[in-house]
Design a protein around this ligand. Structure first.
Ligand code: HEC
Ligand code: HEC
Ligand code: HEC
Ligand code: HEC
Length: 156
């Protein structure tokens, strides 16, 4: 075997390579989750896990079945397109069991979240410099949150 006379280093290298491949396969089998590739290049079980998360938002249709008076007030005003939970936060628990008191939104942070003057907002979106505009008085002293436009002659 003249050809392989000095080939020891080649076999050693091949051995190292083989060992590397085997340990790669062993570690891979150990760390890749079983459901990987079930549907595509991701962990299939993630779908069921996400679907199992509890629902936090009830959706405005649900609120409106019980609070039809407020839905009516709101639909007549400028907040018609702003849905209940955008202001009240996720209230699925209260909708399932109305004896759970949802509390009321903190007006001091709620209104300015959407209406504080900012160059980043569209120019035609109604916005105010809150301190100057309200003089520190809570927004809801003058604006009804479910129908915020103040009729001529004062607050509704
Ligand atoms: C199954 C009927 C029902 C559903 C659905 C429901 N509520 Fe209520 N809600 C009530 C009742 C009853 C009360 C207590 C009496 C009242 O204030 O009208 C209440 C009270 C409230 C209050 C007043 C809390 C306070 O401190 O005065 C808010 C705010 C409220 N609900 C918001 C919502 C929102 C937002 C939704 C939708 C995510 C919703 N509710 C869905 C029945 C319901
Ligand atoms: C623009 C924000 C906003 C939206 C949208 C909104 N709310 Fe409110 N809501 C408030 C605020 C703020 C209060 C608390 C007013 C206060 O402290 O007197 C409130 C109070 C309430 C109350 C207590 C009773 C009352 O009239 O004060 C109920 C019930 C309620 N909201 C239900 C709803 C429902 C149902 C919807 C959707 C149809 C809705 N809200 C949409 C901001 C909002
Ligand atoms: C989630 C965002 C959001 C929150 C929170 C919110 N608003 Fe609004 N508001 C809107 C949108 C959207 C409009 C409609 C803008 C339009 O017609 O272009 C509006 C319209 C208004 C208008 C009418 C402006 C006009 O003359 O056209 C007033 C006043 C107002 N809001 C006051 C309030 C007050 C007071 C609060 C707190 C109780 C509040 N808003 C909370 C989104 C919000
Ligand atoms: C002392 C009464 C008062 C208070 C407090 C008050 N507003 Fe107003 N606001 C008014 C009046 C009056 C108008 C003009 C009539 C209208 O457009 O409804 C107005 C107009 C607005 C407008 C429409 C501006 C536009 O360019 O069309 C927005 C948005 C608004 N207010 C948000 C707020 C917010 C947010 C707060 C709380 C930080 C607040 N207001 C507190 C009286 C008040």
């Amino acid at each position: 075997m003249k050809l392989f006379k000095d080939a020891g280093h080649l076999f050693r290298l091949a051995g190292v390579f083989l060992l590397g491949t085997l340990s790669f396969l062993a570690i891979r089998a150990f760390v890749v989750p079983h459901s990987f590739g079930q549907y595509g290049h991701y962990r299939g079980a993630a779908i069921a896990e996400i679907a199992a998360h509890p629902v936090h938002f009830a959706g405005h249709q649900t609120c409106e079945t019980c609070h039809s008076d407020i839905a009516q007030t709101k639909s007549a005003g400028k907040h018609a397109q702003v849905n209940c939970e955008a202001c009240h936060g996720p209230l699925a628990k209260h909708a399932d069991d109305p004896s759970i008191d949802p509390g009321k939104p903190d007006v001091a942070v709620l209104c300015v979240r959407c209406h504080s003057a900012s160059a980043a907002r569209p120019k035609d979106f109604p916005q105010v410099d809150a301190d100057q505009h309200s003089g520190g008085i809570p927004c809801t002293t003058c604006h009804q949150p479910h129908n915020p436009v103040i009729a001529a002659g004062g607050a509704k």
